[in-house]
Design a protein around this ligand. Sequence first.
Ligand SMILES: CC(C)(COP(=O)(O)OP(=O)(O)OC[C@H]1O[C@@H](n2cnc3c(N)ncnc32)[C@H](O)[C@@H]1OP(=O)(O)O)[C@@H](O)C(=O)NCCC(=O)NCCS
Length: 154
Amino acid sequence: MSTVAVRLVDAAADLAAAYAIRDEVFVVEQGVPVELERDERDADAEHFLVLVDGEAVAAGRLVVEDAGYEGIDPGLGPVGHLGRLAVRAPFRGSGLGVALVDALVERARERGLRALYLGAQTHAVGFYRRLGFAVTGEVFDDAGIPHRHMVRVL
Ligand SMILES: CC(C)(COP(=O)(O)OP(=O)(O)OC[C@H]1O[C@@H](n2cnc3c(N)ncnc32)[C@H](O)[C@@H]1OP(=O)(O)O)[C@@H](O)C(=O)NCCC(=O)NCCS
């Protein structure tokens, strides 16, 4: 039996591990230009890591956007923006993606956020739908990959 842990990044080594996973998945596997993969929001994001038996295998981040972000009802207040969700290829399909999203949603709740947003790659829409997110708006392009806007109200 392996041990799964999800934790908020609080050390430089953890942050480096999160960036390494993002590089592997988005830059190497999906061909996203590295200058787009890292952005200015990394500085104020909360980063999360999933560890299996102590090995970092998945990463994601939570950023807080202003009320009204992406047309979400401003009455819901600031919007929790989930992003850069990546599970290393050999570890997919065993529930780690769900564990990661659950941790980010729980953190958003703790911070009092009521509206959540993510830009889903179209292949992953079904994954997020099962986690309570609903598609809004049209398909849009981000870094050459088709995406859909998805929202969940807590
Ligand atoms: C999308 C991603 C995060 C999902 O993580 P994962 O660990 O493979 O997902 P899980 O094992 O937690 O999946 C849970 C369930 O969702 C399903 N699922 C996984 N990916 C899916 C997808 N793309 N569409 C529909 N369902 C999906 C799984 O089959 C599983 O179903 P089950 O419980 O009936 O077996 C992962 O595939 C990934 O990192 N992909 C590459 C990077 C990427 O595209 N990130 C998303 C950017 S928006």
